[in-house]
Write a protein that binds this ligand. Structure first.
Ligand SMILES: *Cc1c(COP(=O)(O)O)cnc(C)c1O
Length: 385
């Protein structure tokens, strides 16, 4: 079945009501001691105690596993906790971790602060330079982390090539696949061991809940399952239910985000105020060829480098009065967002210093309204402050 069909069918093993209801539970009561003993080994997907899940979370985990082509999947309370739980599952003191320089900022901080204090050394590699990545590999490299496209700067990585190198050496690969979602890119089918997703973004899709997903191959799963149990990771049934609801419309939403985003990106790159649009599905983007080879779709997040010379005040005049693009971080909801960011502040690699830089989330509104909003905004850049 195609992904758009799978998001409708997956994790719905029931007759009766179409959707699994919200089960709120901590204590579970048992008929007798024999029944209690069956659940005692905390085998996942048996109802034993609220922390180990309820049918609401089990059915969503089954759905995610099926859509990701995974052996098993788990939910976490946020995207960041999916990342930190998975990293802790595999890394021990003395291990070496490689992360792309374009990695999501809080994941970078987790490595340089939390993991560093616990004896894990992290090096950052240029996301799209295989030779450089190879040179950084050490005997004790345990995990190579991937994120494609990268946060803020949108470099596409050659994931099949990187996972092939890692497999040869027994190195585990973890991929943050939040931008594409498993609908537009399937990490496990491209050799990745563990696919991570901030479900807060497109899975929930309505900017009203936080959740993360971890999808594993059979050999990776025991490490992740142990970490989840040991750390006491569990998700509210209400948030799992909102994510399950979001899942059913993810196919149509993503398609519309991608259509709108391409129209906006194409328009933006023609504007005199714009230096560069970073959006892999845009022909001519540095990642376009790899994106076309490996991805089956796209989403609505992109970056715009303005030409040099615009001040923070110019940017304020543009952004403060925008109407379709609201000022806000996070992304993946139905609404368009604009967010001024400064990627060069957290990178080892130099990237267009001094350029005013905007991240755009292209939502589900009419693309003509978005373009009109951006057109008026770019005009305000020139207005005297
Ligand atoms: C937002 C985001 C996360 C973190 O997800 P939360 O649900 O906000 O914790 C991780 N990775 C990427 C690429 C993100 O954009």
């Amino acid at each position: 079945m195609n992904p758009e069909t799978r998001v409708i069918q997956a994790g719905r093993p029931h007759t009766g009501p179409v959707n699994t209801p919200v089960y709120r539970a901590s204590t579970i009561v048992f008929e007798n001691l024999a029944e209690f003993d069956v659940g005692k080994d905390h085998e996942r997907h048996t109802l034993t105690y609220g922390r180990y899940g309820t049918p609401t979370t089990f059915d969503l985990e089954l759905a995610i596993a099926e859509i990701e082509g995974a052996y098993a999947a788990a939910l976490t309370p946020s995207g960041l906790s999916a990342i930190t739980t998975a990293l802790q599952a595999f890394l021990r003191p003395g291990d070496h971790l490689l992360m792309p320089d374009s990695v999501y900022g809080p994941a970078r901080r987790f490595a340089t602060e939390f993991l560093a204090e616990r004896g894990v050394v992290t090096d950052f590699y240029v996301p799209n330079d295989l030779a450089a990545l190879r040179r950084l590999l050490r005997k004790n490299t345990r995990v190579v982390y991937l994120e494609s496209p990268g946060s803020l700067t949108f470099e596409i990585q050659d994931i099949p090539a990187i996972t092939a190198i890692c497999r040869e050496r027994g190195i585990i690969t973890l991929a943050d696949n939040t931008w594409a979602t498993p609908l537009a890119f399937q990490p496990l089918a491209h050799g990745v061991d563990v696919a991570l997703q901030s479900g807060t973004k497109y899975l929930v899709g309505h900017s009203d809940a936080m959740i993360g997903t971890i999808a594993c191959t059979e050999s990776a799963w025991p490490y992740v399952a142990t970490a989840l149990t040991s750390l006491g990771i569990c998700v509210s049934p209400d948030d799992a239910w909102l994510a399950s609801r979001g899942l059913r419309t993810m196919g149509v939403r993503l398609q519309r985000h991608a259509e709108n985003a391409l129209l906006v990106a194409q328009w933006l790159q023609e504007q005199p105020e714009v230096q560069r649009v970073a959006y892999p599905p845009l022909p001519g983007d540095a990642g376009y060829e790899l994106w076309r080879r490996d991805f089956s779709g796209a989403s609505g997040l992109m970056a715009v480098w303005l030409r040099h010379g615009y001040s923070r005040d110019n940017l304020r005049q543009m952004v403060d009065a925008m109407q379709v693009f609201r000022l806000g971080g996070s992304w993946g909801g139905f609404e368009s967002l604009v967010f001024p960011v400064a990627p060069e502040q957290s990178r080892g690699q130099a990237i267009a210093p001094d350029a005013a830089y905007l991240r755009l989330h292209v939502g589900l509104e009419n693309a003509n309204d978005m373009i009109a909003d951006l057109k008026a905004g770019l005009k305000r850049l020139h207005a005297p402050s």
